[in-house]
Design a protein around this ligand. Structure first.
Ligand SMILES: [Fe+2]
Length: 455
């Protein structure tokens, strides 16, 4: 892909803006800007059509406060659709790094980055740096942007204990936003993010987490509220609900799901989110319906493996009623593509209903979080090969699975097809690791099938 502008990398910036800048939630006429600053001074912001800020088109003044951990969000409107802009903040004499963003709109194609499962102690985020250098409309983040726990040995988490309180979650988010690859990614592209479990606690729901102990850690509701508050403070997402819909002209509509906040024992979506999703999938007129979906929707039988259960009820498999209602609503449209994270491995699935494919699902692998070979402590591309074959034998709708590699994905949407590429990091312990495209699949419109594209 074409190289991004020089602003795709964060410059050495004033320590006043130590956590970089970000943009997110693009609309046809606007975008959300984010930064964090510790100062009582007024914060001026500017949006320009050029990276040298000769043509400033919007500007304003805002303030930061301790009540929001000194994070700042600015809602910019009145911009042109499908257009690149540059933005920066000033506080007194301090100037932030320059960020680049793009409004939503309708071109002949859309290009997105896709990422999930960035565990700081498990490795470095070279995959984010790679996405920062690509020519993209936006980056879709499918969750586990932070991890609340302490798994991994490459570099230490802050705080040095599991996150439970608001201060803990704020400190953890702040640490991630000091990473140069995180800063470069946000400075280069607007992000459209939803969360998964590790922004609160492992396998979380509205009613608890198996890793939460109320006896020692207090009520789950307080912890979830703390995690939620810190997420909304530190992420470039609009206030309110995380399940929301973005329109890219007639080409694509992207619905992001929140599969944690409304989850109970019986529903993964909650009634209101389920109704909204089904309404969008069945009435929206865009050629493609993309769904940002933090956990796998395809049914999955797990081969008998030591220490592994034979199903994963944290995925949609634990919620067959919701899944049935959503998949049945699709009818024979065959224009829905689920974009999924969570399981630290790469998959291309033809989502079945009654034995027939009704949608496709592409799963991005983890940026760094441990996966199969690491959990088994075996070299990559050894023991996993047989297990991958077992997965495909047990699940004929799984057309591709790779259990070992880390990295990011890109998604290219045109009228005729959706193409999903996996780009793998050579060594997640190396902050300057090479990253290269490893696999490509595509779905032609009106088929709900996946097909390998030769490299
Ligand atoms: Fe994860």
């Amino acid at each position: 892909m074409a190289g991004a502008a020089s602003t795709g990398t964060a410059h050495a910036a004033s320590p006043v803006f130590a956590h970089g800048v970000a943009s997110g939630d693009p609309l046809p006429d606007g975008v959300l800007l984010w930064t964090r600053v510790v100062t009582s001074a007024a914060i001026r912001w500017e949006v320009a059509r050029d990276e040298d800020f000769r043509r400033v088109v919007k500007h304003g003044v805002t303030r930061a406060s301790a009540a929001r951990d000194h994070t700042v969000k600015v809602e910019v409107h009145g911009l042109r659709p499908n257009t690149r802009y540059w933005y920066r903040f000033r506080a007194g004499d301090a100037v932030s790094p320059v960020g680049r963003t793009k409004t939503a709109g309708c071109g002949s194609e859309l290009n997105f980055g896709v990422a999930s499962c960035a565990n700081w102690p498990a490795g470095h985020f070279a995959g984010y740096g790679y996405l920062a250098r690509q020519d993209l409309d936006a980056v879709i983040h499918l969750g586990d942007y932070i991890y609340e726990n302490l798994v991994g040995t490459v570099r230490p988490h802050e705080p040095a204990h599991q996150c439970v309180t608001l201060d803990d979650y704020r400190q953890r988010h702040a640490q991630y936003k000091t990473d140069r690859h995180v800063q470069a990614l946000h400075a280069a592209h607007a992000m459209i993010a939803t969360w998964d479990d590790h922004e609160s606690a492992d396998n979380s729901s509205s009613i608890g987490s198996p890793q939460h102990d109320p006896a020692t850690e207090g009520p789950w509701g307080a912890r979830l509220a703390a995690a939620t508050q810190a997420y909304f403070e530190w992420m470039p997402v609009r206030e309110g609900r995380l399940d929301r819909t973005f329109r890219f002209g007639e080409l694509a509509t992207l619905t992001m799901l929140d599969l944690r906040s409304y989850r109970t024992d019986t529903t993964i979506l909650g009634t209101a989110q389920r109704d909204r999703l089904i309404t969008t999938l069945t009435t929206d007129g865009a050629r493609w319906q993309l769904v940002g979906n933090s956990v796998m929707i395809s049914p999955l039988k797990v081969p008998p493996l030591p220490g592994l259960p034979q199903s994963n009820p944290d995925q949609w498999d634990g919620f067959p009623v919701d899944r049935d209602l959503v998949l049945r609503s699709l009818g024979d449209r065959k224009n829905t593509v689920f974009l999924t994270g969570d399981i630290h491995s790469s998959w291309a699935n033809e989502v079945p209903l009654g034995g027939q494919p009704v949608a496709t699902e592409y799963v991005v692998t983890s940026l760094t979080s441990d996966n199969f070979d690491e959990l088994l402590k075996v070299p990559p591309r050894t023991a996993s090969l047989q297990v991958e074959a077992q997965f495909q034998a047990l699940n004929p709708h799984v057309r591709f699975v790779e259990l070992d590699s880390h990295g990011v994905s890109t998604l290219r949407v045109t009228a005729d097809e959706v193409r999903f590429d996996w780009h793998y990091v050579a060594d997640k312990r190396d902050p300057d690791s090479a990253v290269a495209r490893a696999h490509s699949f595509r779905t032609r419109h009106n088929t709900a099938l996946t097909e390998r594209v030769p490299l």
